[in-house]
Structures are given as C-alpha cells and as structure tokens.
Ligand binder design. Structure first.
Ligand code: GLN
Length: 443
C-alpha cells in the first residue's frame, strides 16, 4: 500500500513510529526506575513518605525487577512468534504498561505490586518485539537496517535521558506517586502514537519469527557439525560477557542511584540537584558520544587494527569496569570528608557509556552470527535472558555491598571487569579461530 511503503529521511516511515513508541516506553521505564530505589528506601514518615526499606532490601528488589523485566521477553517473543504477531503483541504490551505505571500512582502496597506485575508483563510483550519489528521494516538485504537500528537506539536514549529529569523532578517536588503517574502519562502518549501510526506498519513482516518452517525443524534434529560446536563454545563465552557487562553497568539505577542520594554532595549553584537526575547522564552520553565512539572504532578497523566483535566486547567491558575506579575515589573521599563530589558519578557514567557504545551494539549481531541459522530466534531470546541475569547480578552485588562495603564492591567490580576483559584479549587468537570466520574484522 502507499502508506506502508512511504519514506521519510531515507527510511520507512514506520521506523519513526517505532522510534517514538520506544522513546515513550523507555521514558516510562527509566523514569520509574530513576525513582524506584529512592522510593523504596525513603522513610515511611515525612512529607514524601516511601516504603522505609533498607538499602540491601531495595537493591535486592531492584535486581529481581530487572531480571523479571528482561526474562519476560522470552514468553513475550514466543507469544508474538506463535500466536499474535509482533504488531498486536506490542499493542497489548503498551496497554499493560500504561495501566501498570498508572496503578503505581496509587499509594498502597497492593497497587505497588500489581503495578510492577503489569509493567513486567508489558515490557516483556513490547520490548523484544518492537526491536524485532525494526528489523522487519527492511528487506533481507537492505543495507539501511543497521542505520535503522542506530536511529532506534537514539530514540531509546532520548527517552532514557529526559525521563529522570521530568519524573525525578515531579517525584522530588510533588511526591513519588505523581512521578510514577507521569511515567504512565508518557507511556500513554507512546501508545496513542503507536495506534495512530498503524498504517505505516502494514508492511512489517515477522523478521525472525517465520523463518522456522517444517523442513528447518527437521534440520533441528541433526547433530551439530564440529564447526558449529566450536562456535557454540564462543557463544557461551559471549553470553557470559553480556551477563558481566550488564551486571556492572546496571549498578546505575541501583547502588549508584542510592550513592547519589545518600553519600554525594549534590549542591550546585545554591540548589540541591535531585539524586534521580544523575540517572539521565547515561542517556545523555549515549546521544552525544554515539557517533564519536563509532567513528573511533571504524577508524581503527580501517587502519587494520584489532576491531573484531570479540575484542569490542572485551574492551567495552574493560572500559565500563574502569568507570568504577571513579566510584572507588568517591568512596575514599566519602570516608575522609563524609561526602563525595558529584563529578565522580559523572565520570563513572561517562566511562560506562563509552564501554556500552563499544560493546552493546555489536553483541547481539555477533551472537546471531555465531549461532547456527536455525537458532537465530532462540539466540535473541537467550540474549534477553543474559541481560536479565546481568540485572540480577547488578542487584545482588549492590545488596552485598551493604555488608562488604561500597569501596570494596566498586573496586572489586572494576578489577574484575578489567581482568576478565584482559583475559579475553589474551585468548583472542584461539577464540577467533574457534569462530571459524564468523567474527572477521569489519569496518
Ligand atoms: N539501554 C538499553 C535499553 O534500554 C539497554 C538496556 C539493557 O539491555 N540492560 O534498551
């Protein structure tokens, strides 16, 4: 039809519908997350009462929340593949998310848990399928697809950048539940935009979902070839990197958020900056540094320097890990002065994002390249599962830090990530041999 094939800025118009929908979905997600642990740990009395949980309890909850949200992508993807199709599944997800964030606006314990349940289900239905739909906007050999995903990633981070500022401010100024409600208003806008834009999504096929016909399923019973077995080994390792990477990175909404609230001097120009505002830094850095980091990697590749996906994953993990050394410095300053300076958090997030921009964009495509074609959908699911485990790891480490000490935890994460990434770099040659050409350098 005329509408579904129409273009804007050289891309299918549907891309901008998905861009806006995901922008608002991430607005609600990161807006809520920016105040989640702050709300959980706020005292039960006072002007803006919270739930009065301990830090460890809040961070444990944060870990389970992140785990559930990304794990829900597995049934969410399955439902779309087998029954509903991606478009309808995203629609239902958007409705559940709007309702879920709306329910959080009610100040009651039942509302809190019910709202969280709706949000987890909603993200599970929406997030994996909207990403797959982006791929489905382009033909199989359309070279614009990567660019399309980059544009989509910017949408994600615009939502992630503005939400903590707005939701965080409203929660700080008027109360937590107004903040939660505002996240819901954002999602409602996303839902309405998605509804309006349906005509531009008519041509979206099921990008990965329909590839598995009956003859493929026979193939499933064939034993793996030696080459495939080697690749599976590297695959397992790359899932491990994904878990470790997000386990470090996702301290952001958890331990680092509480660190901003409780141990950081947030006074600037005579006013106090709400802790939640620091949560917008990763999004801001992704938007402003995305092209620079990508250009740096491609310049390296052109010079013939090591720039395989595996190397990027390893180096990305090392850079993100190094960011925690700034938190080590913050902890030392806190021990000495009773307050840590704000710039430590800023520097830590800066490094986290440079690491993210090195590793995260390549990880999914690398994993799909290593997997035997028939497992492509399954790998997508496993990638979300690995992300979920990373979130759980982040929450668990945060909770343990309350016993171990924050200095020890931040430094431990930094040292571990640097050593782990370094080990992969040392083993790069044999590991690349095991990929049998699936990880050839590219620009
Ligand atoms: N920031 C990205 C997003 O929200 C990735 C988050 C993650 O995978 N943990 O989509």
């Amino acid at each position: 039809s005329q509408t579904s094939s129409s273009q804007w800025l050289g891309h299918p118009r549907g891309l901008f519908i998905l861009f806006l929908t995901e922008l608002w979905e991430r607005f609600s997600f990161y807006g809520m997350r920016a105040i989640l642990v702050l709300y959980l740990t706020a005292p039960m009395t006072g002007l803006n009462p919270g739930l009065g949980w301990s830090n460890a309890e809040a961070l444990t909850f944060y870990g389970w929340y992140g785990f559930s949200v990304y794990m829900a992508s597995l049934p969410g993807g399955y439902l779309a593949d087998k029954w509903l199709g991606q478009k309808k599944t995203v629609m239902i997800g958007a409705i559940l998310l709007t309702v879920g964030h709306g329910i959080l606006a009610i100040q009651a314990m039942w509302a809190f848990y019910l709202g969280i349940f709706f949000i987890v289900s909603g993200v599970g239905l929406l997030k994996p399928n909207i990403s797959t739909m982006v791929g489905g906007l382009y033909g199989l050999h359309d070279t614009r697809r990567d660019k399309g995903f980059t544009i989509f990633y910017i949408g994600i981070n615009i939502g992630a950048a503005i939400a903590p500022l707005l939701v965080g401010w409203v929660a700080y100024r008027y109360g937590w539940h107004y903040g939660f409600g505002l996240a819901g208003v954002g999602m409602a806008l996303g839902f309405l935009g998605y509804l309006q834009g349906q005509k531009y999504l008519q041509s979206v096929g099921n990008f990965l979902g329909t590839s598995e016909d009956a003859s493929d399923r026979e193939k499933l019973h064939k034993p793996l070839t030696p080459v495939e077995k080697d690749r599976v080994l590297v695959l397992v390792l790359s899932f491990l990197i994904v878990i470790i990477f997000w386990g470090a990175y996702e301290q952001a909404g958890g331990l680092m958020n509480l660190y901003a609230e409780q141990k950081t001097d947030r006074h600037l120009l005579g006013m106090e900056i709400p802790a939640s505002w620091f949560q917008s830094l990763p999004g801001i850095f992704v938007i402003s540094l995305g092209t620079i980091v990508a250009a740096w990697w491609s310049r390296r590749a052109k010079k013939g320097k090591e720039s395989s996906s595996l190397a990027k994953l390893a180096i990305g993990t090392m850079i993100t890990g190094s960011g925690f050394f700034f938190m080590t410095a913050a902890s030392l300053q806190y021990a000495a002065d009773g307050k840590a300076a704000m710039y430590w958090l800023v520097l830590a997030y800066l490094f986290h994002v440079i690491g993210e921009l090195s590793s995260s964009p390549v990880s999914l495509s690398f994993i799909t390249k290593l997997a035997p074609a028939k497992y492509a959908s399954m790998m997508m699911g496993l990638y979300w599962a690995a992300t979920g485990m990373g979130e759980k790891l982040a929450g668990t480490l945060g909770a343990w830090s309350q016993t171990w000490g924050e200095f020890e935890t931040f430094t431990g994460i930094a040292v571990f990530c640097v050593l782990f990434g370094g080990l992969i770099l040392l083993l790069l040659k044999p590991l690349k041999r095991l990929t049998h050409g699936a990880d050839d350098d590219y620009e």
